[in-house]
Design a protein around this ligand. Structure first.
Ligand SMILES: Cc1ncc(COP(=O)(O)O)c(C=O)c1O
Length: 436
């Protein structure tokens, strides 16, 4: 069948864009989270808490750039910082730039575990390089991750993300074709928030284990404080490094991230999203003696971890990140964010209860998701074995009513969500419940 050519002189509408995308991009999407065909849209602009499609429809945005847009779209101070930097240079490679150094200093000043930082471009690179650094530092190979945890798009992260039955711990399952089988011996998996199982695995593998990596909030599930404290103790007792993946929780749960929120300091932590202000940016933060493994003066030694990336420390991302952090540092920022979150979640729960829908508005502290469960989940397995199809159907109805969420996926509140957003979201849920 021949494709109908697009008239490039006429303004393109959404269908035109999708026709082109279907021809040029596998699945006409950007990865695992394409919207269903009947509610998909092409985003064209963002303003505050809203995004607009190329066809001019506005949505209330709870996807929030997967958590990167903690202060919404186009905050004037961020736009100004990026504009100014764009006029001074988009990118330098091979030498440091002034804003990358300023960002590093701010991170070291703010993040409890950060004595030094290795700047990257994304959160995935940060977790990938943290694993390499931990291996070079310790001389050991294995890493322990938790079931349901996502640490980015590399092969070491792609194990046991979507469990539908209990695993044969510590053996994980690859979630993607193309992940070498050999890696399964390198990545150990334990159930989240289950200290006893983690302790058994860590003790058994302590001589080969370089790193335990954990998210302080795994998807929508908050770690129990005793779990994080317990991991700290067990890692110390077994001489294994502890790392928090703070790509999502960093600067969101508190200025100093999950480690400040829970009061537990890891040896290493990864950051992304907010520190790039919606642009490129990520880092590995941690103890100086560990991060010095990345010092290129060690080249040729077994305890040297080679780190490199064209866009590492990109000044545009650093400009956006620094401007964002400055806003987050204003007194009361997080209290304000969490108050919006409390309000939205309690209103949504009231709607669900009024309609007798057997679901909860799960989450807190700016994380949320509607789940067909009676009580908040404690593991990813709880979520995957709940009525996730019903969750997706409800989310699709929300999309139809102008609420931008990804069906079945955890979502975020940003500091610019307004009372009007909350009311409209409540109305949309009310109407969706009636429809279903
Ligand atoms: C906890 C966590 N770690 C790592 C990543 C990967 O970050 P990026 O998408 O910037 O590579 C993500 C992305 O969503 C994440 O949620």
């Amino acid at each position: 069948m021949t494709e109908q050519a697009v008239d490039i002189d006429a303004p393109l509408n959404q269908n035109d864009y999708y026709r082109i995308a279907e021809r040029c991009i596998p699945g006409a999407g950007l990865g695992g989270y394409s919207l269903p065909d009947d509610v998909r849209f092409i985003a064209e602009r963002g303003e505050g808490s809203r995004v607009r499609s190329v066809d001019g429809r506005w949505y209330i945005d709870y996807v929030g750039g997967a958590g990167a847009n903690i202060i919404g779209h186009c905050h004037p101070e961020v736009v100004e910082a990026v504009r100014e930097q764009a006029g001074r240079g988009m990118h330098f490679f091979g030498t440091l730039n002034d804003l990358a150094v300023e960002l590093a200093e701010r991170l070291v000043g703010i993040v409890p575990c950060a004595e030094k930082v290795v700047l990257t471009t994304t959160g995935s690179e940060a977790t990938f390089y943290a694993m390499r650094i931990a291996r070079a530092f310790s001389g050991r190979t294995k890493v322990l991750k938790f079931e349901g945890a996502y640490h980015g798009n590399h092969d070491y992260s792609s194990f046991s993300l979507f469990p539908t039955e209990p695993a044969d711990y510590p053996h994980g399952k690859p979630d993607s074709g193309g992940v070498p089988e050999a890696l399964a011996d390198t990545v150990l998996v334990a159930p989240y928030n289950d200290l006893d199982t983690a302790e058994g695995i860590i003790q058994e593998h302590r001589d080969d284990l370089a790193l335990v990596i954990v998210e302080p909030v795994q998807r929508i599930i908050f770690a129990e404080t005793r779990f994080l404290r317990g991991l700290r103790r067990i890692c110390d007792e077994n001489n294994v490094l502890l790392m928090f993946d703070e790509v999502v929780t960093g600067f969101r749960l508190a200025l100093g991230g999950g480690q400040q929120f829970f009061g537990v300091t890891p040896d290493l932590a990864s950051f992304g999203k907010v520190i790039g202000g919606g642009g490129p940016g990520g880092c590995v933060a941690g103890r100086a003696d560990i991060l010095d493994a990345a010092n290129p003066k060690r080249k040729g030694r077994a305890d040297y971890a080679y780190i490199n990336g064209t866009l590492h420390g990109n000044p545009l991302g650093a400009a956006a990140g620094l401007a964002t952090i400055q806003i987050l540092e204003q007194p009361g920022f997080h209290d304000g964010l969490f108050a919006i979150s409390d309000k939205l979640l309690s209103r949504l729960q009231q709607v669900l209860d009024r309609h007798g829908v057997p679901a909860i508005a799960a989450g807190r502290n700016s994380f949320w998701q509607i789940l067909y469960m009676k009580e908040a989940p404690t593991s990813q397995l709880d979520i995957m074995t709940s009525n996730i199809d019903a969750v997706r159907r409800l989310d699709v109805e929300l999309l139809r009513r102008g609420i931008y969420v990804l069906p079945g996926v955890r979502r975020f509140i940003s500091s610019v969500n307004t009372d009007d957003d909350i009311e409209r979201t409540e109305e949309a849920l009310d109407s969706a419940c009636r429809e279903l």
